[in-house]
Design a protein around this ligand. Structure first.
Ligand SMILES: [Zn+2]
Length: 120
């Protein structure tokens, strides 16, 4: 059974962002004409070959940006030392950011209710 600590939260968010990137080409604009032509034959992970709508790239770009945020939060948490109370506050703030990044995935079976932003 997975844990609910900060390392688990980080791993959860990273996995969900990887899911998003892997599935990005399944999502298209409603007006994506290439999808209308080729969508019936598109395989998961392949998608229409000539699609020019921005939806798949937007999803992967967003996932990449959020992954950089996860990296930054993880660094802030790793830098904590007992001799630096300010660093502890920064780490707590970073954890809240990670919880906010996890919240859109709260329906995933791996999500933990203890990760709601603002809870202990
Ligand atoms: Zn498209």
């Amino acid at each position: 059974m997975p844990g609910t600590g900060i390392a688990d939260l980080i791993a959860f968010v990273r996995a969900r962002l990887a899911d998003t990137e892997r599935q990005a080409d399944l999502f298209h604009e409603l007006t994506c004409t290439d999808l209308a032509v080729t969508g019936a034959q598109a395989c998961p992970g392949v998608g229409p070959l000539s699609c020019r709508c921005p939806a798949p790239a937007r999803l992967t770009d967003t996932a990449e940006a959020l992954r950089r945020s996860v990296d930054a939060c993880e660094q802030r948490i790793r830098r904590v030392s007992l001799q630096d109370p300010g660093g502890l506050l920064d780490a707590l703030g970073a954890e809240q950011v990670l919880r906010a990044l996890a919240l859109p995935f709260e329906l995933h079976p791996g999500w933990c209710p203890r990760w709601y932003p603002g809870t202990d």
